[in-house]
Design a protein around this ligand. Sequence first.
Ligand SMILES: Nc1nc2c(ncn2[C@@H]2O[C@H](COP(=O)(O)OP(=O)(O)OP(=O)(O)O)[C@@H](O)[C@H]2O)c(=O)[nH]1
Ligand SMILES: [Mg+2]
Length: 327
Amino acid sequence: MPANLPPQYFEAESRYRSAKTISQKINALEEMLTIMPKHKGTDRLHGELRRKLAKFRNELKQKKKKAAKRASSYSIDREGAGQVVLVGPPNVGKSQIINIATNASPEVAEYPFTTRRPTPGMLNFENIQIQLVDTPPLSPDFMEPWLLDIIRRGDLIMLVVDLSEDPLTQAEETITLLQNFKIRLTPNESIFREGITYKKAIMVGNKQDLPKSREHFQILKELLGEQLPMVAISAKDGHNLDELKIRLYQGLNILRVYTKAPGKNPDLNTPFILEKGSTVQDLAGYIHKDFLQKLKYARVWSPRGLKGLMVQRDYALQEGDIVELHT
Ligand SMILES: Nc1nc2c(ncn2[C@@H]2O[C@H](COP(=O)(O)OP(=O)(O)OP(=O)(O)O)[C@@H](O)[C@H]2O)c(=O)[nH]1
Ligand SMILES: [Mg+2]
């Protein structure tokens, strides 16, 4: 250690040694480097301190990155038959819908920007459950950056508007806002093409119980009815909730089938949920990979009249089919 260092240097060095955080260490090192006279005798020490400083600065940067990632990303694990993400302007009743339709109870309030975090809830539809995700509002004034990822990951988007207050403007503004982020709502299947995420969506006009809502819904249907399927509900009194459930199920692009063993009855309480267009072979593979290899043929019963029809592996399954797999 060169002898000609000023006393302030040793004070800073002692602070460096007792520093408890990376920032404190960086501050002390910076101070030591400023205080230290530069000449041949201090060259090595200088280099050593600069190396340490670089190392701590890098550590701090990594730490901040990690913290930022934690704070800015929320993902909701998919549960049940599919994930429906509710989006829309502030105060339209998104949280109220989750409250009335699912087992979750996010906060509902008269003021906008009540919801700050995504909240999942499960909705019962006949013999299956569909996951609904409540989200903070989409608004040009403020939008949570992680919200877009949740929207991109959802199976179906439910665009909610308030029918009592100019729903057309609400819908158009939300659609435009998403478009600015390369997300387009579509009545067709979700796809990603040329940098744009096309997301299957359904529009829900809420607060149908309030005055003017019916008129407003008619206007909405006339002007945007071709763009998205629509349903009017009241999350306050539950009006049309059953219709909404059916539309959500249809929107998820799935089908339910049941299996049975020869000579036995099927268990109609526990369907297999498959993507529309799935075949007997897909069902077999879904159950077990051994099944897939050994499968010879299947027999199918259906609500539309099939009674044990013998089918091949590539038979496209239909909603409600009961399948007997033969190996
Ligand atoms: N009349 C009527 N009021 C409703 C209905 N649904 C929700 N509300 C009311 O509308 C207000 C907003 O409801 P929220 O569910 O908090 O709305 P939100 O869309 O989640 O709002 P943010 O979280 O701020 O985006 C509350 O005062 C609700 O009681 C409805 O169907 N009819
Ligand atoms: Mg809310």
